[in-house]
Design a binder for this molecule. Structure first.
Ligand SMILES: C[S@@+](CC[C@H](N)C(=O)[O-])C[C@H]1O[C@@H](n2cnc3c(N)ncnc32)[C@H](O)[C@@H]1O
Length: 237
């Protein structure tokens, strides 16, 4: 279904992942996040390299389950369970419906990312979800993921980022606006969504992400993909 949430001038409230957003999420994310399709396709490649037999794959902040689906459909390892979680009951319902019949051995859990216990993990994915977690607890979450990963296990994280260089930040922000315009969003929709996401989606720089991975103990971490102001990181234990 096409995203028309911000087409009308309404009293703006903080953005939430409710039933209205869940219904249009697949359209919204493709028209708002440059490179989103590639992010999902890359999961298929990464699961082959970093998945391990007899282990769990975690998809944190799954929304409608695109990452879980890519992990499940491209998995070449044996005896793996996919654990997809989200704290939005509407997203959890949509995810359940999307995965059912397409992949096997998965569980969709409605809970907060911070409350999950990681067990025997070879892959943990935070695809566009760490940015919605309070910056104060981000390091603790990455530390916990590191503890729960097996040796050579991988954390895959994609995020909207900002840049310390003011000019680069302005250029990238403008290009992102152009990307949204090119995908059919009006000036009103763009401005309203931006206002609604203020204080909800809090970006870091690439440097901050990489410092966090290093502090947690990952043996290597790097940006493997960037499209405008969205970057994907791979951190290997
Ligand atoms: C931008 S979406 C993620 C997109 C999805 N991973 C994908 O690849 O299509 C962010 C998701 O994170 C979820 N979320 C935000 N904060 C959360 C939290 N504290 N615990 C669990 N889920 C959370 C939201 O409900 C939302 O579904």
């Amino acid at each position: 279904m096409r995203d028309k949430i911000f087409t009308q001038k309404n009293d703006l409230v903080n953005f939430t992942f409710d039933a209205q957003v869940a219904a249009v999420f697949d359209d919204m994310v493709k028209r708002s996040v440059p490179g989103y399709q590639t992010l999902i396709e890359m999961m298929g490649l990464l699961v082959k390299t970093y998945g391990q037999n007899n282990t769990n794959y975690y998809d944190l902040g799954t929304s409608t389950g695109a990452v879980s689906l890519a992990l499940g459909l491209n998995n070449t390892h044996k005896n793996n369970k996919i654990i997809a979680l989200d704290n939005s009951p509407d997203m959890v319902r949509k995810c359940q419906a999307n995965l059912k019949g397409k992949i096997t051995n998965f569980e969709v859990i409605c809970c907060d990312i911070q409350d999950i216990y990681f067990d025997n993990a070879s892959i943990v994915v935070l695809n566009l979800s760490l940015q919605f977690i309070s910056p104060k607890v981000r390091q603790a979450l990455i530390d916990k993921i590191y503890q729960g990963l097996n040796a050579r296990g991988a954390l895959i994280s994609s995020e909207k980022i900002h840049f310390d260089n003011t000019q680069k930040q302005a250029e990238m922000a403008n290009l992102h606006l152009d990307f949204k315009r090119a995908n059919g969003y009006s000036e009103l929709e763009i401005a309203s969504k931006r206002q609604s996401l203020e204080n909800i989606l809090i970006t870091d720089t690439s440097k901050t992400h990489l410092k966090r991975f290093k502090k947690a103990g990952f043996s290597q971490s790097f940006c493997y993909f960037q499209c405008l102001n969205f970057a994907s990181f791979l951190a290997v234990k």
